[in-house]
Write a protein that binds this ligand. Structure first.
Ligand code: XMP
Length: 543
């Protein structure tokens, strides 16, 4: 009985805490997604404004959902469909009865108009793509949504991407702004606070888009105080409640995402979490030692180190094909991870560091499969195979927000700011056959290269930098002796998200100093080259 009453007390405590959360405090913006390429950016702008929001696909938003989440404002995203289509995606019609401000963007504006009695047309002269200008008309005076905008000659530079446009608006709406091919570029019903814009205020190229979004949020009196600290507290409580007294496992790779995931879950449930670090022998110099020290000594994580260097290297012996390497490494990883997870026994959850962009990209509106360029190494196959539920505490965050969360958790800045490192590790930076000798040469060259970059204060200006050992030996002369050694290629790129990239423009002085440092200090390399390929046509990694 005592135990039961304790359970109830704990449940009450958690419910009270959740009541404090953003949904209950009604500080939540619901973004209904119709599949635009830039929906994520709406969420980004809102978070920058310190307002909590979530994106949900249109077909998952129903009455129950709206009751539960109780949004304080709603944004309807853009999307690739045409509202003129019979099966055009729609939000539930009762969003218009919730008495909360609604902002429709592009497709969102068009579907709102169609549902409320306006109309949309398609044809010549209805489309605009790229830069455009919206001009105000005389109805726009004193409209709160437009405060601080249109100060320069009454026009704003915006970014458009539409084929159809709104042709008529319901009686209770007014038009405030027009562009060349959108006679209803900004419309609204001031009483209800329903607004629609044909352009995309969420993208960087709409110069004052963020001002418009902030004005929209001000209509609902948001307190603009969402912070990573509140996210952290909320996540800890949610994890506690979901896991109860069950066990969780997590694959730690040494990267930022899996580290933040594990440290956050550890904060919530302590030793009920077991982390498995698979040492595949493909890590950089001293990397395993350093990350394990952080996990064990600083965070006291319950950690299993699976030292499987021999297993990985023996299975990779003789393999030259990049895809075969990746598949071999992925398969072995799952095998090793599964073995240790089974030893722990009675595990219910697998923790993964899935980020927001991964979640959003997986909502496919086009339905078409994309071409596989490289088989990425991840733990995606595991939960199904092992019958585990997933815990993904980062699935609402962007990469830089994960770093902020890491900071809240006290993870050192140097660790959080590290360049990305791929799952298959040095294997894909060693074209041709992988040998212990080549891996060691590569580790030494990479260490010197990164030291040079740090010494010159360039590390944080570069998105990713690394050395590659080429499967070619060339003749050189050092002292008075002939050498016949490997070639090392250096790669450094700038990028936003790894999807596209450009090479970093080092100075000649930097390159020659670095080449000399590598050749003088790394036995086995007598020639250094710098890779000046962008992505596309290249990829960032060499394999
Ligand atoms: P690519 O070479 O495809 O790389 O231009 C883009 C980014 O992804 C990283 N990368 C991987 N990350 N598992 C990972 O976790 C992988 O299998 C993998 N392959 C490439 C790469 O380092 C770059 O940051």
């Amino acid at each position: 009985m005592v135990f039961l009453s304790q359970c109830f007390k704990e449940k009450d405590r958690i419910i009270n805490l959740l009541k404090e959360s953003y949904f209950m405090k009604n500080e939540f913006v619901l973004i209904i997604d119709f599949g635009s390429q830039v929906t994520q950016l709406i969420a980004r702008r809102l978070r920058e404004l310190k307002v909590y929001c979530e994106i949900h696909p249109f077909n998952k938003v129903h009455d129950e959902f709206l009751k539960k989440f109780n949004p304080k404002a709603i944004i309807l995203s853009g999307g690739p469909a045409s509202v003129l289509n019979d099966r055009a995606p729609k939000p539930p019609s009762n969003i218009y009865d919730l008495e909360v401000p609604i902002l429709g963007i592009c497709y969102g504006q068009q579907i709102m108009m169609q549902m409320l009695g306006g109309s949309v047309v398609s044809g010549s002269g209805t489309s605009e793509f790229g830069k455009s200008y919206v001009k105000l008309n005389n109805k726009s005076k004193n409209i709160k949504l437009l405060e601080g905008l249109f100060l320069k000659e009454g026009k704003e530079e915006v970014w458009m991407s539409h084929g159809d446009h709104v042709a008529t608006i319901p009686k209770d709406f007014e038009v405030y702004g027009v562009s060349e091919n959108a006679p209803f570029a900004i419309i609204g019903n001031q009483k209800k606070h329903f607004y629609g814009v044909q352009f995309h205020p969420e993208v960087f190229h709409t110069l004052n888009g963020k001002v418009l979004i902030k004005n929209f949020l001000k209509l609902s009196n948001f307190s603009f105080n969402w912070s990573m600290q509140s996210y952290l507290q909320q996540s800890v409580e949610e994890i506690k409640m979901r896991v109860g007294n069950k066990k969780v496992i997590c694959a730690l790779s040494g990267g930022v995402d899996s580290s933040v995931t594990a440290i956050l879950i550890n904060k919530a449930i302590g030793n009920q979490l077991t982390c498995i670090y698979v040492n595949n022998g493909l890590m950089r110099k001293n990397e395993s030692e350093e990350v394990l020290k952080l996990y064990r000594d600083h965070y006291k994580l319950n950690l299993i180190e699976a030292n499987e260097k021999k297993l990985f290297l023996s299975n990779l012996k003789g393999i030259k094909d990049p895809e075969k390497k990746r598949k071999t490494i992925g398969k072995l990883f799952i095998q090793v991870f599964e073995k240790h997870a089974l030893e722990i026994g009675d595990v219910s959850f697998l923790a993964q560091g899935t980020l927001y962009p991964d979640v959003i990209e997986s909502v496919s509106f086009s339905g078409g499969p994309s071409v596989t360029i490289k088989s990425h190494h991840n733990v995606g196959g595991l939960p199904k195979k092992m019958n585990l539920d997933l815990i993904e505490p980062l699935r609402e965050l962007f990469k830089d927000e994960v770093r902020l969360l890491g900071k809240e958790l006290g993870i050192p800045k140097d660790f959080l700011d590290r360049h990305p490192f791929p799952g298959p590790g040095l294997a894909i930076r060693c074209p041709g056959e992988i040998t212990d000798e080549k891996l060691n040469i590569l580790r030494n060259a990479d260490t010197i290269y990164i030291q040079q970059i740090k010494k010159h204060g360039l590390y944080n200006k570069i998105w990713q930098a690394f050395a590659v050992i080429l499967p070619v030996k060339t003749v050189g002369v050092m002292g008075d002796t002939r050498t016949y050694d490997y070639v090392c290629a250096l790669r450094a790129v700038t990028s936003l998200d790894g999807m596209t990239a450009d090479y970093y423009p080092f100075t000649h002085e930097f390159l020659s100093e670095t080449a000399t440092a590598i050749i003088n200090n790394v036995k086995g390399i007598n020639r250094v080259t710098y890779d000046i390929t962008s992505k596309p046509p290249g990829t960032i990694e060499w394999e």
